[in-house]
Design a protein around this ligand. Sequence first.
Ligand code: DGL
Length: 267
Amino acid sequence: MIGVFDSGFGGLVVLREFLQALPQYDYLYLGDNARIPYGTRSDKVVVRFTAQAVDYLFRQGCRLIILACHTASAKALRTIQQIYLPVHYPERRVLGVVIPTVEEALARSPGKRIGVMATEGTVSSLSFDLELKKLDPKVEVVQQACPLLVPLIESGEQEWEGTAMILKRYLAPLKAARVDTLILGCTHYSILKEQIRALMGDNLELICSGQVTAAKLADYLQRHPEMEIRLNRGGSRRYLTTDLTPRFQQLASLFMGQSLTPEVVEL
Ligand code: DGL
C-alpha cells in the first residue's frame, strides 16, 4: 500500500491527485484530526506526531508513505529519513511534498522570484527557502505565513468577504515583491486557488503541490522498480482518522469531492 499522511483532511487534496495519476495502487490515508493543526506546533511535537503516524502506517503494511502535510514535510521528514528509517525500516521510504514542489517552482519560474504561502511552522522552518536556494543560490524567495487560512477554510468560509480581505492582506507583500511564481505551500490553499489567481493576476505561475507531487511520484516509481514491484495493485482505498467529528463528511467532501467511510484509529 501507499500511505498518505496529513494532519487532517487537507491531504485528501493531494490523495485525489494521486488517485487520478496512479489509480492502480492500494492507498491508505491517515488524517490526524484529533491533533490538527500541526502548523502552529513546535518542531519537537510535529516530529513526534509525524513519527507516530508513519509508524502506524508502516505497521499496517505500507511500503511507501507520502507526507502530504507540508508542515510535517518541512519539520519532520529529514529526521524521519535520516534517523528513524535506517534503524526501523531500512527497506521502506517516506517522501514529502517540499522537494517536488520546489523543483517544479524553479522549473516554471521565469525570473526566479518565488513566493511561498504556508503555515507559520513551515515558514519558520525555512524549508522552502533553504531547498530553493540549494538548487538555485540566486533565487529570490519571499515567504508569507497565512495562519488564518486553515481555520477559515475548515469553517467553510472560503467564499466569505472577510476571507477575501485576509487573503488580500497576506498576498500584498508577495505582490509588492513582484514574485513571478507562487507556491501554495499548505494542503488547504488550493481550495482558494481561484481567489488567489484573481488577486495576483494572470501573469503568475501557481504551484499546487498535490498535482506536482503526483507527477513526481509517478516518476519516482518508474525510477525505483524495486519499490514499485512491492506495491499492491488492487485499486483499494482506506481512510483512517484519529477523530470522527460531526463535520467529518462535510470536510471530506470539500477536500475529496465525495463522502468517505472512515475508520477511527488511535496512534
Ligand atoms: N496540513 C497542514 C499543512 O499542509 C495544514 C493544517 C495544519 O496546520 O495542520 O501544512
